[in-house]
Design a protein around this ligand. Structure first.
Ligand code: PAF
Length: 280
């Protein structure tokens, strides 16, 4: 496995590497990321190259404290990449990804209006900009993303469609802890009592989804059911709880087509997200 710090050197290596499958990450790799790398290994098969990027992208953070607290266990991350069969890892040096006077960025203006886009100004511009750069640097023909960040995945698919980016986007199902908490690099920052409380996020979503077989279709009822579970927590602070169309990510009042109940919130300063599909 080759570790490259200079984005231009990475680009040159990828250009001569044949078929590249990319896994963009911000490091602090957990089982969820490892599943993405394994999937990339399958897609690349024996002859293709699996490239992983590890870059805590400053322009997608809306809270400086969140950026500063983001874990960076680089040695463990590199060992994990090697173990899962990555061939190339890009770990850009500080300042190497963005020119000091950069003046171009990518903006998505529909799917990012709600959910995380509404409460994290500039977040998806930052994601789109770095992801497009990573696509261009890696020459990848496919890239694997976790479905946990389903809004991110939808926005990236839209960017690829609207800008004709020649790449296949592969979504991989959310990996969960045994108690149902979605794996996230932020989970290690939870206080023990918050970590014990956190399975309630998944439970709240399931309690709402379980109304579907009884014929419930009202978005407000799904939201209220989940909210009751969440507000019973002495710790958790809801950021948003919303039912949106699964494709357009626009809020819906009633479930007539596949929809998603999405939530975000805080334990202290730690922001967690999760979602569940509502299929009528
Ligand atoms: O999902 C993430 O870890 C990041 O948003 C990504 C896609 C690597 C872009 O920085």
């Amino acid at each position: 496995m080759q570790v490259i710090e200079d984005p231009t050197a990475f680009q040159q290596t990828c250009r001569s590497a044949g078929r590249v499958v990319l896994v963009p990450t911000m490091g602090a790799l957990h089982e969820g990321h490892l599943a993405l790398i394994r999937r990339a290994r399958e897609v690349a098969a024996g002859e293709g190259t699996v490239a992983v990027s590890i870059f805590v992208n400053p322009i997608q953070f809306d809270r400086p404290g969140d950026l500063a607290a983001y874990p960076k266990p680089l040695e463990a991350d590199l060992a994990a990449c090697e173990k899962e069969g990555a061939d190339l890892v890009l770990v850009p040096k500080d300042g190497a990804m963005y020119a000091a006077d950069r003046s171009i960025s990518i903006t998505e203006s529909l799917l990012s209006k709600h959910l995380c886009g509404a409460t994290r100004p500039g977040h998806f511009d930052g994601v789109c900009t770095v992801v497009l750069k990573l696509f261009l640097l890696s020459h990848a023909t496919a890239a694997v993303f976790g479905e946990k960040d389903f809004q991110q995945l939808a926005v990236i698919r839209r960017m690829v469609r609207d800008l004709n980016v020649p790449i296949d986007i592969i979504g991989h199902p959310t990996i969960r802890e045994s108690d149902g908490l979605a794996m996230s690099s932020r989970n290690v920052r939870l206080l023990p009592e918050h970590r014990r409380d956190a399975p309630r996020l998944r439970q709240a979503l399931i309690a709402a989804r379980d109304l579907l077989p009884y014929g419930e279709r009202s978005a407000a009822t799904f939201v209220e059911t989940a909210r009751r579970h969440l507000t019973a927590s002495p710790f958790f602070r809801v950021d948003y709880l919303e039912v949106v169309d699964a494709e357009t990510l626009q809020p819906v009042a009633a479930i007539q087509r596949p929809a998603v109940l999405a939530l975000a919130g805080f334990y202290g300063e730690v922001r967690l997200i999760d979602h569940i599909g509502l299929h009528p």
